[in-house]
Design a protein around this ligand. Structure first.
Ligand code: AMP
Length: 249
């Protein structure tokens, strides 16, 4: 069974991003970039399925600028077998990515595609769901446990107020939640080995996909600054202040 994994290059989760002065977006010019954390979980899960003898090949796919190769190499160092870069300078929105992934699914015919539940840069949480709709495949989003057997996946999902377990027929789309697994660190020998693994480059044009943006960002702004706090001498003063300011009756 072949498993596809989508991996997005995003600003590292430790970086505190700044809004550009003209409010058109976020300044990431010199920021450290990494694989989207939910996608690391996706790669880890696919590699574990391979180690368990369930998957035979794990293919990582990334769409974006040429530097996304680094993200693919990280996936290869975790244990993916080969990578596919869909190279474009266009800023990709979820529908465009879903269409690109659909084209790759049609070409590669995987039984499962594992995506992250959301990319931590735009927090869209749309791509996996759109892909499932475009492919007309079952989907299990926000997975915290995945068991694959007999042409089916049994997936425990994190939902409001608890967990839900569903069974879906393959081929299917699964998106990862935080508790699915703890991704391994890529070891130096595996980073070296990853350099020799195959990495194919495609383009949206070659796949026949129009990736032009369909949404326009009107304005990006910093969250309002919190007002400075004050110190009170004792509980009596605190209660008096809360009453005066209408916080308590
Ligand atoms: P989003 O819908 O943007 O929050 O992204 C959800 C998931 O879709 C991510 O965790 C990735 O697995 C995948 N994805 C989004 N954008 C890309 C991209 N440019 N290249 C590869 N995968 C992507």
């Amino acid at each position: 069974m072949k498993i596809l994994v989508s991996v997005k290059r995003v600003v590292d989760y430790n970086v505190k991003v700044r809004v550009k002065a003209d409010g058109t977006g976020v300044d990431v010019a010199n920021a450290k970039m990494s694989m989207n954390p939910f996608d690391e979980i996706a790669v880890e899960e696919a590699v574990r399925l391979k180690e368990a003898g369930i998957a035979t090949e794990v293919v990582a796919v990334s769409a974006g600028i040429a530097n996304c190769q680094e993200t693919l190499r990280t996936a290869l160092a975790i244990g993916a077998d080969r990578g596919i870069l869909i190279e474009t300078d266009v800023e990709l929105q979820p529908l465009a990515v879903a269409k690109l992934l659909k084209a790759v699914c049609e070409k590669e015919q995987p039984q499962i595609i594992i995506c992250g539940k959301q990319a931590i840069d735009d927090d869209a949480n749309q791509t996996g769901q759109m892909l499932a709709a475009l492919m007309d495949w079952p989907q299990a989003a926000f997975a915290s446990k995945v068991i694959v057997a007999n042409g089916k996946a049994t997936v425990t999902r994190e939902i409001d107020g608890g967990l839900e377990t569903i069974e879906i027929a393959l081929p299917a789309v699964i998106t990862t939640d935080l508790r699915l697994n703890e991704p391994r660190y890529a070891t130096l020998p595996n980073i070296m080995k990853a350099k020799k693994k195959p990495l194919e480059t495609l383009t949206p044009e070659a796949l026949g996909i129009d990736v032009s943006p369909r949404l326009k960002t009107l304005k990006v702004a910093e969250p309002a600054k919190r007002a400075a706090g004050i110190k009170v001498a004792d509980v009596a003063e605190l209660v008096a202040k809360l009453k005066n300011e209408g916080v308590i009756a």
